[in-house]
Design a protein around this ligand. Structure first.
Ligand SMILES: [Zn+2]
Ligand SMILES: [Zn+2]
Length: 480
């Protein structure tokens, strides 16, 4: 807690004034003037209280010691365990620019366009649960300086001949890329951080712990070298593209361009020691049926990224209201032949099968966070690339089970598959009476509908996340 020099009250960071403000005497103070003795600039650490969720092991830290009553990661309402600790000092911070009110308005505007979202997500009390959390990032500063010699070629055709010109390009390169930032927390999924990106470093300030007052921060637990290659590659690609854009070099293909090591050597790409930085995020979680959905709002520019599940009841009613008039209208204007009808439903059934298979793959990737390198790097016992045998096994399990949580139910694709079979049978038998075509169509439509309900259930799995279970290292009191 930071004390007001005027009255001893609790100072908190005030977003509109970008200063520390006292709730009692209403005076404002420069964050750099307010320090605890331990906050001294020379120290590489600063004092924090770490709050650990007893349910999921998720950790957030604060400069305040007052109890935290819910966990932002798994959405549990529980008093979090707290312990005093030290945290590495970030070099820079982008202080919150958008107030909670502005964040709530941005979220409400977003959820308005989701007619099938569950009512709870639009509930005022729920929306008040947004919590300001500083998310840690690694910021890389990359330089490229020195003489560059590139080999390139340009191929073109003249008449019956194909000509290849070889180039040897010599020149000097002097480029800097500042603050290429990557998510440094394994609990904050890369997917979310990408969806609320970018943060603009123009608002970046030198870090001082009092900026955190009144907010929380997530711990940086991903190794800094994890994203170094990506940052180097980004710099390399950008520089190459820049060179290619000069008119003299247009159409030239550089040799070795796809070899990262070669490119880094040729362009003298060099990464300085990455910096710890904190970016502001408004964060809220919604927990239902053993899954959790996150709503995040960029605290600098109010960009919203929200997981929005579909309420099946709302959806079914909505589509029925839409489908009935369309069907009546169609019947009014056209006479549809039974054979055509059957073919249509067969194609629909096949389409629903494809959507189903597609979703299963997506759910698998999402639940295993296969593209979240920060998360995977923190799981030492498992190789970061899931081996093929295991993948197939758990995919099969996912196909068989009715939901990703492993409850055994008939798999959803059975219904559409049956629909396709019924259609094929009717064709093969080719009955004289049209009635059989209609019966076939009705049966296959029911099959498709059932599959679509399962598809929506699965969509909800996709729109939400597995309840997190963090394996924290070190300081094991409170960690699971
Ligand atoms: Zn005061
Ligand atoms: Zn939790």
């Amino acid at each position: 807690m930071y004390e007001c020099p005027n009255c001893g009250g609790n100072l908190k960071f005030d977003i509109p004034s970008q200063q520390l403000k006292c709730a009692y005497c209403l005076t404002t103070h420069d964050p750099y003037d307010i320090t605890k003795t331990q906050d001294a600039d020379e120290s590489s650490d600063f004092d924090v209280t770490i709050f650990t969720c007893p349910q999921c092991g998720g950790e957030i830290l604060s400069t305040d010691t007052s109890a935290a009553e819910f966990c932002s990661f798994c959405g549990a309402s529980t008093i979090l365990d707290s312990r005093i600790s030290k945290e590495k000092r970030p070099t820079h911070i982008i202080p919150f620019k958008q107030t909670k009110e502005a964040c709530k308005q941005a979220y409400i505007a977003r959820i308005k366009h989701a007619p099938f979202a569950p009512d709870e997500l639009k509930d005022k009390e729920y929306i008040d649960g947004f919590r300001g959390i500083y998310m840690p990032y690694w910021a890389y500063n990359i330089t490229q300086k020195g003489p560059v010699s590139l080999k390139g070629e340009k191929t073109y055709r003249k008449g019956d001949y194909v000509y290849t010109d070889h180039y040897n390009l010599e020149g000097g390169l002097d480029a800097c890329y500042y603050d290429l930032s990557y998510d440094a927390s394994s609990s904050f999924s890369d997917d979310i951080s990408q969806r609320i990106a970018p943060f603009y470093v123009k608002d970046s300030k030198k870090f001082t712990p009092s900026y955190l007052s009144g907010f929380y921060a997530d711990t940086a637990d991903v190794d800094s070298c994890l994203y170094e290659k990506d940052a180097l590659k980004l710099a390399n690609t950008t520089s190459y593209n820049k060179i290619k854009r000069t008119p003299e070099f247009s159409g030239v293909t550089f040799s070795g361009k796809n070899n990262d090591f070669y490119t880094t050597m040729t362009l003298h790409t060099y990464s300085e020691t990455p910096e710890r930085v904190l970016y502001p995020v408004w964060f809220m979680s919604y927990r239902k049926n053993g899954r959790v959905a996150y709503a995040t709002v960029n605290g600098q520019n109010c960009k919203v990224a929200a997981d929005i599940p579909v309420d099946i009841k709302k959806y079914t009613l909505g589509t029925l209201w839409l489908a009935i008039p369309i069907f009546v209208l169609l019947n009014f204007f056209f006479t549809i032949r039974p054979g055509v009808l059957l073919t249509c439903s067969c194609f629909l059934a096949i389409a629903s099968l494809i959507v189903y298979a597609w979703e299963i793959m997506d759910i698998y990737h999402k639940d295993h966070r296969t593209d979240d390198r920060g998360y995977l790097s923190r799981r030492p016992h498992k190789s970061s690339a899931p081996d093929d045998k295991k993948t197939t096994a758990s995919l099969t399990a996912l196909m068989k089970s009715g939901s990703a949580d492993g409850q055994r139910k008939a798999p959803g694709f059975i219904f559409s598959l049956a629909a396709v079979l019924v259609c094929i049978c009717v064709w093969i038998i080719n009955p004289v009476s049209d009635l059989w075509y209609y019966v076939g169509t009705v049966i296959s439509f029911i099959g498709i509908l059932l599959t679509i309900v399962v598809v929506i259930q699965k969509y909800n799995v996709l729109a939400t996340q597995k309840l997190p279970q963090f394996e924290r290292h070190g300081g094991d009191d409170g960690a699971k």
